[in-house]
Write a protein that binds this ligand. Structure first.
Ligand code: ADP
Ligand code: MG
Length: 586
């Protein structure tokens, strides 16, 4: 059974449900649909994007109150209050996003709690909004003159919106933007090095999630026909977050499963517990907390990923259909001055990691950068890619100073890198990881991904990813999660991803570490053939045999300084170098 069949079955079940279920359950399903839309936003924002929000119910409130106020007081059609509510939500979310998403660690959730509470009290204290008694007599939605007033009819409205939202978010996640969003969780440096504007993207998904919440609020107001502040407080926000976590905060259907489980569980516990304890009180909350803990122990990533493992993904859908990769850039003339470091220095407190380092590189060259552990080689890569800012000196790439540019601006100029400590999206396929490298060669944004207008571009990106994976020898592992590959193969995956960026200069940080003899040989052949195609490569490596047969020139570093520079043969007999490597030559 494939995922597509399962999805179809779920949709059919949802369509048939109100025809057979009693009123009570239809109402419950309506609430589940409304919650699913909000939880879906949190799957995107928190589950996939790693930005925890405890304030999502406030956006539901903004959507609900906007339509309640405009429709009751000014008699505006709900179909016009919807865009108004969304517009207001976008403005508020942009404002809150700008001030809160810069915060990291525990501060972000705390800030979201703070404005969640603030908006709740605002709703409860404004005379205009009916204070804590809220706004009643909200008109029903009408479609072609028919009022959608009863629960069974409204069921179809809610679930149509919910299914469309699921479709939208799963499209978004299956795109250029989706790959970048997945990298927001702990992989921002890597993403920036491939051209992703992570700060902007965090705000985009924050607004996206807020709009979904507001949409749910608009539906809620016309379903219940009454709004008061209570369902938009922090408690409700926590419930939404629970739904996303329980369902599985990385899969879109997790939102629906989570909303279903939580809603039924609450309902059931509220009925069951008083019978068991003969006491009244909110015992269900305690029982509920315990259940959540047990569930997280058993299925830490939530229920959907737990079961998703049993249903194979549809691989054909992920394969490229384009016959060509995205356009390649023109490489500079072979032999032109490509890169120049002049007196570059970097200190970490008292530790001098790089000191007065100068060297040049010509286009089409393979330059080896070697030196003992801790010599400062990886730091040089970080300086060249903007991950770290140099304290002194100049870095000139193709005639332009780049030492103060952001990583993504350097990436745009044609420098791509691998990381010494493998930096991949562990749970995503090799194909997706490699395709992330094409980020700057595509343009599709959030909206075109959501509407699936990006398919031609996406197919070209996947074509490129597939052919680069093939080049590094990972053709047989295209659909394997990156974390299931041996470490050596993960390094090769990094090489493929960097090649996907179509760089002018490729920085490889110990690419051969962890490879077996034959794999090393294949990698050396690949590097040679890349040079043949005009690419310039700066290679950090420990394996001397690997370096010596491959590179045109070598720069040797020791204690952050340049110790020697020359052809492999000159370096191989240089006494200073031998001493640095072997301790003493005597
Ligand atoms: P190499 O790659 O040649 O092994 P590195 O460039 O990784 O060396 O490190 C050079 C020195 O700088 C080491 O002493 C290392 O501990 C230190 N170092 C590197 N990065 C940082 C950092 N972000 N903060 C503090 N010290 C660092
Ligand atoms: Mg290193």
């Amino acid at each position: 059974m494939s995922r597509r069949v399962l999805t179809l079955a779920a949709v059919l079940l949802l369509l048939a449900a109100p025809l057979v279920l009693p009123e009570f359950y239809v109402t419950l399903l309506n609430y589940i649909g409304l919650s699913s839309i909000v939880a879906l936003g949190l799957v995107l924002l928190t589950g996939v994007g790693g930005q925890t929000s405890f304030g999502q119910a406030a956006f539901v409130g903004i959507g609900a109150y906007t339509t309640a106020l405009l429709a009751t007081r000014y008699g505006i059609s709900p179909w016009l209050t919807l865009p108004a509510g969304i517009a207001l939500t976008v403005v508020v979310a942009l404002f809150l996003g700008f001030i809160t998403l810069r915060l990291s660690g525990h501060y972000l959730p705390l800030a979201t709690i703070a404005w969640g509470i603030a908006i709740y009290y605002l709703l409860g204290n404004l005379e205009l909004l009916g204070k804590y008694s809220g706004i009643a007599e909200i008109p029903p939605l009408t479609l072609f003159g028919v009022a959608l007033a009863d629960g069974r009819t409204f069921y179809y409205v809610i679930w149509s919106v919910a299914l469309l939202a699921l479709f939208a978010v799963s499209n978004l996640l299956d795109s250029r933007c989706g790959r970048a969003i997945r990298a927001l969780k702990g992989r921002t440096t890597m993403a920036e090095c491939f051209g992703v504007n992570t700060a902007r993207l965090k705000i985009v998904i924050f607004v996206y999630a807020a709009v979904l919440a507001a949409l749910s609020g608009w539906l809620y107001a016309h379903f219940l026909r009454f709004v008061s502040p209570q369902p938009f407080g922090v408690n409700a926000s926590i419930d939404y977050l629970f739904m996303a976590v329980i369902g599985g905060s990385t899969e879109v259907w997790g939102a629906v499963i989570g909303a279903t489980v939580l809603t039924f569980l609450k309902q059931w516990l509220q009925e069951l517990l008083p019978k068991l304890t003969y006491e009244s009180g909110n015992f269900e909350i305690i029982a509920f907390g315990l259940l959540v803990i047990v569930m997280l122990h058993r299925a830490r990533d939530g229920l959907v990923p737990y079961f998703a493992r049993l249903v194979p993904a549809d691989r054909k859908r992920m394969l490229p259909v384009a016959s060509e990769p995205p356009p390649r850039r023109a490489q500079p003339q072979r032999g032109d001055l490509l890169l120049e470091l002049q007196g570059v220095a970097k200190r970490f407190g008292a530790l001098v990691a790089v000191k007065d380092l100068s060297f040049e590189m010509r286009s089409g060259e393979i330059l080896g950068l070697i030196g003992p552990n801790g010599a400062g080689k990886s730091t040089v890569f970080n300086l060249m890619t903007g991950v770290l800012a140099a304290d002194e000196g100049k870095i000139v790439f193709r005639g332009e100073r780049i030492e103060h540019l952001a990583p993504r601006d350097i990436a745009r100029r044609g420098i791509a890198r691998t990381f010494q400590h493998v930096n991949v999206l562990a749970s995503r396929s090799a194909l997706e990881n490699a395709a992330l490298g094409t980020h700057l060669r595509g343009r599709a944004g959030t909206l075109s991904a959501t509407l699936r207008f990006d398919r031609a571009e996406e197919a070209r990106s996947r074509h490129e990813a597939l052919s680069r994976l093939e080049a590094v020898g990972l053709r047989g592992h295209v659909f394997d999660a990156a974390s299931t590959l041996p470490l050596g193969s993960q390094r090769l995956l990094e090489v493929a991803r960097a090649l996907c960026a179509d760089p002018v200069l490729l920085l490889l940080d110990e690419p051969a570490a962890g490879l077996r003899h034959l794999e090393k040989k294949a990698l050396a052949d690949l590097i040679r053939s890349l040079r043949g195609s005009g690419l310039s490569i700066l290679l950090v490596e420990h394996d001397m045999d690997f370096i010596m047969g491959l590179v045109d020139r070598v720069v040797v570093m020791n204690f952050g300084e340049k110790l020697a520079e020359g052809s492999p043969r000159e370096i191989g007999t240089n006494p200073d170098v031998l001493e640095a490597y072997l301790g003493s030559v005597a």
